[in-house]
Write a protein that binds this ligand. Structure first.
Ligand code: NAD
Length: 420
């Protein structure tokens, strides 16, 4: 099928490259000329395992990029919306990118003769997809269900294993009141063998939020248990192992540490809490999840303070919000760096993939060219991302404070964990 993906960030590019690999003709659209140029040159603008190799096989044969949305929409049967949905300072979702792209798609549909399906894949609060339908109908003068279809199809990929997640999803959610929309999207996904759940727009939108809120809750839960365990001298990791053996709970997302970051959990839990409050529901659990998460980096800073770091050089190992990605959005590492800067601490930073973005944010800070160099030049080491390569660093007898549960099994000589 001819597919167009509007918004070529982490989700858009993975979706586009994945569908192109499955034999579809894909055009990625973005407002960034730089991204479009990189994609057309076969170079991924983001780091994701396997993406560079995969792009070599599909660009330009079945994957191209453009800034011309109208032309891409005219040539496509399926149009994905994968633009960003960040949050405001108050935690409310910002839908301006969704509104703008819906308007542009509506304009492009005005002169389009044949049927097409618009698929909202961005994470949006319940009620948003209905507004997309309204906007496209108003601007295009066409009718939903007759001239064009709309489906809400949330994305569940994890950065760091995004391609694996694309090709082997746990489930596909297809939300739409319109049968033809659901059938068209099912046809696109016909090669996947996972369960497909059909739902309304709002149910599909809510499934995404509830999934992320559940995962974030597990993390804040184990972090709170970890804080209690550390205080009582109990091994948190043994407790997590024991809890995880219960089939009703499972072993995943039970690694205590400095909390969650990234472009999804913090903003999605905040957006859901905000929407609940607007609807008159007090989101007690969601607020507690966010509170625990906000506090967790301070636990590590308190441990650091207890070791009197004044005048000592601190190596920061890890800037990305998790391993195997270059994404530093909402990374706990950044809030720790900001705190340490306010105390005028002397820092040296290293991350295998996240340094480019952080250099733009903190150009005056010192960066190392390897983890070992950062450690060699420092007195104290903070581990803030669980990159595997940090496991093989020689820490000597330097103090290592581990915020990510990375070295727990084979701890260096002078070691302390944030919750263990
Ligand atoms: P991103 O910021 O990496 O990418 C968004 C892209 O959209 C950018 O390249 C931007 O230039 C482009 N864009 C904005 N307005 C545009 C327009 N009018 N026309 C064309 N392009 C436009 O965002 P992302 O991380 O890919 O997330 C996209 C959506 O998917 C969000 O709603 C997010 O919550 C959701 N999501 C993200 C992940 C993830 O792991 N990153 C996982 C699941 C769902």
């Amino acid at each position: 099928m001819n597919v167009c993906v509007t918004g070529s960030g982490y989700v858009g590019l993975i979706t586009g490259a994945g569908l192109a690999t499955l034999g579809h003709q894909v055009i990625c659209v973005d407002i960034s000329k730089e991204k479009v140029g990189q994609i057309n040159a076969g170079e991924p603008p983001i780091f994701e395992h396997g993406l560079a190799d995969l792009m070599k096989t599909v660009v330009p044969k079945s994957l191209t990029a453009t800034t011309d949305l109208t032309d891409a929409v005219k040539r496509s049967r399926i149009i994905f919306i994968t633009v960003g949905t960040p949050s405001s300072r108050h935690g409310e979702i910002k839908l301006d990118q969704i509104e703008k792209i819906s308007h542009s798609i509506g304009e492009a549909l005005h002169d389009k003769k044949d049927y097409c399906l618009i698929v909202v894949k961005s994470t949006v609060i319940p009620g948003t997809t209905e507004k997309v339908v309204e906007t496209v109908e108003r601007v295009s003068g066409k009718e939903f269900g007759k001239d064009f279809g709309v489906a809400m199809n949330p994305e569940f990929l994890r950065e760091g294993s995004a391609l694996t997640d694309f090709f082997s999803p746990d489930r596909i959610i297809i939300g739409s009141p319109d049968k033809k929309s659901r059938e068209t999207l099912k046809e696109l996904y016909s090669s996947f063998s996972c369960p497909v759940l059909e739902s309304s727009f709002r149910e599909a939108e809510m499934i995404k939020y509830a999934s992320n809120a559940m995962l974030a809750t597990k993390i804040s839960f184990i972090n709170e248990i970890g804080n209690i365990c550390k205080n009582l001298g109990i091994d948190t990791n043994k407790v997590a192992e024991g809890i995880g053996l219960d089939k009703r709970i499972g072993p995943h997302f039970l690694r205590a540490g400095i909390g969650f970051g990234g472009s999804c959990f913090p903003k999605d839990v905040s957006a859901l809490a905000h929407q609940a409050a607007t609807a008159g529901i007090t989101p007690r659990v969601l607020r507690a999840v966010l509170d625990v998460n906000r506090e967790q980096p301070n636990r590590l800073l308190a441990i650091l303070d207890s070791h009197t770091p004044k005048g000592k050089k601190i190596a920061i190992l890890g800037l990305a919000f998790k391993k195997d990605t270059d994404d530093v959005r909402e990374s706990p590492s950044l809030s720790i760096i900001k705190e340490l800067q306010m105390e005028n601490s002397s820092l040296i930073l290293y991350d295998p993939m996240g340094m480019k973005e952080v250099m733009k944010l903190f150009p005056h800070l010192t960066f190392a060219s390897s983890a070992q160099e950062a450690v060699n030049k420092a007195d104290i080491v903070l581990i803030l991302t669980e990159w595997d390569e940090f496991k093989t660093v020689n820490f000597g007898d330097k103090l290592v404070i581990d915020g990510k549960n990375l070295l727990y099994e084979r701890p260096p000589t002078n070691y302390e964990g944030v919750c263990w």
